[in-house]
Design a protein around this ligand. Structure first.
Ligand code: GLY
Length: 366
């Protein structure tokens, strides 16, 4: 994994092995507008080698996957070709799947363009499409040949998109250590937002350097990816330790799915942020997680993410969604990753319906 402000150098290195092979870029309509030209300054690929799919998770489906396979085949990709997935999690998920299955697997590189994809989807090898109305129903785990993170792309993100990724960074902090968590909770996000539009600054004599606000953030980002990478390296198949990455996601996924049903899509990271609060409440109740630490996370949530909106009459529906979570070990119990303390995740924790309703009450009455 490379985090760089010199994308040209890293890209040249990544494609050097493929000098005599075809290189393809997969991207979506939005990313094509905002980021493709930067990549093309180095690659100068023919139009034919740029595969553009429609943006949005609803397009992460079999039709789009089939279209990618068809394009690779019609454009004479071989087993030695390289696919570069340039985009958010939707592109890295479906691109990784297409590359891992085309001619039994070709090489692929992920260049995530959203913070969320940098810290989550692009790292760890989970590739999937949605199928039969279910998210990530068909997929596989295959690590990319390289991941290149270019933080200046974050200048193209809205604050909401940025915060969505930041919640996953906070999750990595909470499952990892007090030090990481404290750094994330005290980072000045307003100052960062005010500076991100100028990732590179030029002094009076024309020397370019990375904006110090971005530099500080790059250290935090690098640490966050390192935490995820470490966990994936220990347990790529998610038999135990990798489940700690699901912290906040049992309640979070239910809130996210409910918001989709109501036509008011909640960004993934916001759902995870709210889910972490509910699951920290369960952690206090069941594992004695320190309440003052929960309070600090709540304050951070309210300042930056606001409060979730949901009604008591929706608890049954949320519970039903949790029962159908694919992380459960059986269909009658809801399985959580909880924390005995910051940095002490406990996987396979069961909570009763009453306990879950109490946690939802706590979250929704903050
Ligand atoms: N998104 C959690 C994982 O990669 O395991």
């Amino acid at each position: 994994m490379k985090i760089t402000v010199d994308l040209d150098l890293e890209l040249r290195e990544a494609v050097a092995l493929y000098e005599r092979e075809q290189v393809f870029v997969l991207t979506d309509e939005n990313v094509r507008q905002n980021c493709l030209s930067i990549v093309q300054q180095t690659l100068s690929l023919p139009e034919n080698n740029i595969l553009v799919i429609a943006a949005g998770d609803e397009n992460k489906n079999l039709d789009t996957l089939s279209w990618i396979w068809t394009q690779l085949s019609n454009r004479h990709a071989t087993r030695h070709s390289l696919l570069i997935n340039l985009g958010g999690g939707m592109v890295t998920d479906i691109g990784g799947f297409a590359a891992s299955t085309f001619k039994r697997g070709i090489h692929f590189v992920n260049i995530p363009t959203t913070l969320l994809a940098c810290v989550d989807a692009a790292v760890g090898g989970k590739c999937a499409i949605n199928f039969n109305g279910l998210k990530n129903e068909i997929g596989l785990i295959k690590l990319p040949d390289e991941i290149i993170v270019y933080p200046p792309f974050f200048a193209t993100l809205s604050e909401q998109q940025f915060l969505s990724g930041y919640a996953e960074m906070l999750k990595h902090g909470l499952i990892s250590s007090d030090i990481d968590t404290n750094i994330l909770l005290s980072f000045n996000l307003d100052e960062f937002f005010a500076n991100i539009s100028k990732p590179i600054i030029t002094d009076e004599i024309g020397n370019e350097s990375v904006n110090p606000f971005l530099e500080n953030f790059i250290h935090m980002l690098s640490r966050s990816i390192e935490i995820k990478q470490y966990i994936v390296d220990q347990d790529i198949e998610e038999s135990s330790l990798r489940k700690s990455l699901n912290f906040g996601h049992t309640v979070g996924h239910a809130l996210e799915t409910l918001s989709l049903h109501k036509g008011q899509a909640l960004p993934h990271g916001y759902a995870v942020m709210y889910g972490m609060i509910a699951e920290l409440y369960l952690s206090v109740a069941k594992l004695n997680f320190p309440t003052q630490k929960l309070q600090r996370v709540i304050t951070f949530m309210i300042e930056n993410y606001g409060k979730p909106s949901c009604q008591c009459k929706e608890y049954e529906l949320l519970y039903d969604l949790m029962l159908h979570d694919k992380k459960n070990l059986n269909s009658s119990e809801v399985n959580f990753t909880l924390l005995a303390d910051v940095g002490r995740p406990r996987v396979n924790q069961i909570a009763s319906k009453n306990e879950i309703f109490e946690a939802l009450d706590f979250l929704l009455n903050l």
